[in-house]
Design a protein. Sequence first.
Length: 130
Amino acid sequence: MNIPANLRYAKTHEWVRVEGSTAYVGITDYAQEALGDIVFVEMPATGEERKKGEEIATIESVKAASAIYAPVTGKVLRVNEALAKTPELINQKPYEAFLFTLEMSKPAELEELLDAAAYAQWVEEEKAKG
């Protein structure tokens, strides 16, 4: 399982890469593997504002639909248009195929997210629960 050290992670399996005040958000390798073949992504509208922890998008796979939650509070700046035609990019390159970007309004919330080591431990605990 790939868990890049340069990202932050939510316990709901979203990753965040920060560039200035912009947060790039995607789902982790663990999440895409658990979902299986991804067939559709319902994206938020550009300009929407979401609070940390609110549902912001949906990913559908051959197994199930799964909610995606905002890992930080902010306004949607853009969505990854390529995923409309090729949602399987999430399965192929989960850390390159971001879902959307947020202009963070509360950057301090990043401190509440997990680093790579803590996320790896969280995943192991989740697997142990079964």
